[in-house]
Design a protein around this ligand. Structure first.
Ligand code: SF4
Length: 226
């Protein structure tokens, strides 16, 4: 997808302004289009994580036990992006290891035919918010450069945002997930990568009636990564 088509697709949902990149961002965006060698991804990710394991850039550093980095296969065609670590994730230092994570693993296996270790999973905020509250827009913005670099290294085919908070982190705008789910957008920093949005698995556990739509979305995701 070219820059104009990308800008048009994003403008249709009021996200055109994310394309107004600064000169520094443009340089970084060019770098995001160059392919890191597959064998270097593990090393690059390790170096990247080491660079912010003591981060105090936003208030969430006060409520965490540890920074929770992304986890999984860096050559995965899809990266799942959630909101922020919960209690179990904060304790174990891994994303999506609680009840919602187990549900997600099961559905990924059933619908996509992929095991958890075959995909890559991460969050927009890497530290646990107090009382598991939703991260604020400021916290999402503060943490986004870390996620952006993570995605730059992995360079998946599809970024699958789980819930509106993940969508806000990736697309830079707040919008109800009911309006965005099942839709595909270009990733603003590399239009070759598709952004797909669906519900957060924790929402499905609280609202089982939405499971049908969630499974429909996963089937669509399966086609996107085929
Ligand atoms: S959430 Fe992100 S920006 Fe905030 S302290 Fe943790 S690593 Fe740093």
């Amino acid at each position: 997808m070219g820059v104009r088509e990308t800008a048009r697709a994003l403008a249709e949902i009021g996200l055109g302004e994310v394309y107004l990149l600064s000169r520094t961002e443009k340089r970084s965006s060019e770098r995001e289009k160059s392919e890191p060698r597959a064998e270097d991804k593990d090393t690059l990710l390790r170096k990247h994580f080491n660079s912010f394991r003591d981060c105090t850039r936003c208030p969430l550093h006060r409520s965490r036990s540890q920074v929770v980095f992304g986890d999984g296969n860096p050559d995965s065609p899809v990266v799942f992006v959630g909101e922020a670590p919960g209690e179990e994730e904060d304790t174990q230092g891994k994303p999506f290891v609680g009840r919602a994570g187990r549900y997600l693993n099961q559905k990924i296996q059933e619908v996509l035919g992929l095991r958890r270790e075959e995909v890559y999973i991460t969050n927009v905020c890497k530290c646990r918010p107090p009382e598991n509250r939703k991260p604020t827009s400021q916290e999402i913005r503060a943490c986004f450069p870390y996620l952006r670099r993570e995605l730059e290294i992995i360079r998946p085919k599809v970024i699958c945002c789980l819930g509106a908070t993940a969508g806000e982190g990736i697309l830079g705008k707040t919008m109800p997930i009911t309006k965005l789910r099942g839709k595909v957008f270009p990733y603003p920093y590399n239009p070759k990568i598709k952004v797909f949005l669906t519900y957060h698995p924790a929402y499905i556990l609280r609202n089982p009636k939405a499971e049908g739509e969630f499974l429909e979305d996963l089937k669509k995701l399966r086609e996107l990564i085929a």
